[in-house]
Design a protein around this ligand. Structure first.
Ligand SMILES: Cc1ncc(COP(=O)(O)O)c(C=O)c1O
Length: 450
């Protein structure tokens, strides 16, 4: 693949971007696909390849931010959706296929005794938080510093905290969006990920007002560092002892195993938010958990504690796509992509030593995340990227695009089931070339060269 990411006068993507600028702020509907000087527009996507508007093909290790576990347009999902289309795309009635997907997910993730569908991961997290507040009748949530949980006001607090404001000892509740009400900031307690003693001390200060502790077992923006089992147990115990609920955000990590990431831990959450892969490539989310907690949504009650509508919730297109995608995911297939994930993490880490640059690769299962450092990473602060580091990461991602490989703008990636060792090895080889080139261009200070 001879590919260039340099702006070209004749680029169709650039022409499209100029059109988009006239109708959308920054020409964009989604920050995570913004790219300077202009993004590559997709023309088509099939399997692990995306073809852009100028006819260039690239191997997709991003898979719509981890949501397409079978890559693009998997024949079984296309067939399921095509079969459903003539019978209605969205109806103001429940459908049988909604029950089938609910049965599949609750059957695989035992802590989800009951489940409800929504249209995104953000909504799933929001409804989990609202359910916890409704059940406990308490206003506050606790969340981890730097963890991304989507765009609900309360869930996004501290997600972009930097050293200028994050506070010396106790993480501060910092806004992400300008204009965030003080009431939101006052009702979110921020904890240092993986620090047991400090977290429990902070939680104790809000003992009677915390309704839920929200935890991603391997938070992406914290650098795909796994939650230490002892940390999860400490949060579980604190929540149980103090009348709060424990929520797992498994929007991404549900792809780590047949029963999600939680099957790797001994502690169970009260509620779980899932999304991405469970929709087979269509907009989706779901919140599930203890039957008694989920009763807050029961619309047959005279007074529903937490009312929950949603025009497109559980629409039959998403449900058939999700059911097809998840039915294909046998335990063996999870093992297959997790094995390729391991190969990618190892191969990418080796690339750093071959290129003589300090670096490491975190993640688990089918997910990987690249860091240009080799110190011990435990929490958000230890992996924090300043402006110079973010620039380095952008350079790397652009060099990978030039070589025909798509990663997230954070240098994160994932494996899909249609990939093999060949694609993973090609990724690692291209990565070695990209890191070497950056080294030769002087992108790394002496401390990062070994
Ligand atoms: C852990 C986590 N939670 C929530 C969300 C929000 O999901 P969505 O983009 O579907 O709203 C994301 C999205 O990437 C996520 O990674």
């Amino acid at each position: 693949m001879a590919i260039s990411n340099q702006p070209q006068a004749s680029s169709h993507s650039e022409t499209l971007y100029k059109r988009a600028l006239k109708v959308m702020p920054g020409g964009n509907s989604r920050d995570s696909v913004y790219r300077s000087p202009f993004p590559f527009y997709a023309a088509s996507a099939k399997g692990f390849v995306i073809t852009d508007a100028d006819g260039r093909e690239r191997i997709d290790f991003l898979n719509n931010y981890t949501s397409l576990i079978h890559g693009h347009s998997h024949p079984k999902i296309v067939e399921a959706v095509t079969r459903q289309l003539p019978f209605g795309t969205a109806v103001a009635m429940p459908t049988e296929i909604e029950i089938e997907l609910a049965e599949l997910l609750t059957g695989r993730i035992p802590s989800m005794e009951r489940i409800r569908f929504v249209n995104s991961g953000s909504e799933a997290v929001m409804m989990a938080i609202k359910a916890a507040r409704g059940f406990t009748n308490r206003p506050k949530i606790a969340k981890m510093e730097g963890a991304y949980h989507g765009s609900y006001d309360f869930a996004e607090i501290s997600q972009t905290s930097g050293p200028d404001g994050w506070g010396a000892n106790q993480p501060r509740s910092l806004p992400v969006s300008q204009g965030t009400p003080q009431g939101v900031l006052d009702n979110v307690v921020v904890l240092p990920f993986n620090h047991i003693e400090a977290s429990i001390q902070i939680l104790d200060q809000h003992r009677d007002s915390i309704g839920a502790v929200l935890l991603d077992l391997m938070p992406h923006r914290v650098g795909f560092l796994p939650a230490a089992p002892a940390f999860v147990s400490a949060l579980r115990k604190w929540a149980t002892d103090n009348g709060a609920l424990l929520i797992f955000d498994e929007v991404i990590t549900v792809r780590l195993g047949y029963g999600g990431a939680q099957e790797r831990y001994k502690d169970r959450p009260d509620l779980t938010a899932v999304a991405k892969i469970i929709g087979g490539g269509f907009p989706v989310g779901a919140v599930g958990g203890r039957a008694d907690v989920m009763e807050v949504f029961n619309p047959s009650l005279a007074k529903i504690p937490v009312p929950h509508g949603g025009t497109f919730n559980a629409n039959p297109i998403t449900m058939v796509a999700g059911h097809a995608a998840m039915s294909l995911m046998t335990p063996d297939l999870f093992d297959h992509i997790n094995g390729l994930g391991e190969r990618a993490r190892k191969g990418l880490a080796e690339a750093f030593s071959v290129a003589g640059v300090r670096g490491q690769v975190t993640g688990g299962g089918s997910l990987f995340f690249v860091h240009f450092n080799d110190h011990k990473l435990t929490d958000y602060r230890s992996g924090y990227r300043d402006a110079a580091e973010r620039e380095r990461v952008t350079k790397l991602v652009n060099k990978m695009l030039e070589r025909g490989f798509i990663l997230a703008t954070t240098a994160m990636g994932c494996i899909s089931t249609v990939m093999s060792e060949r694609e993973v090895d090609a990724l690692c080889e291209a990565f070695t070339g990209a890191v070497r080139e950056m080294r030769d261009e002087g992108a790394f200070d002496a401390a990062r060269r070994s």
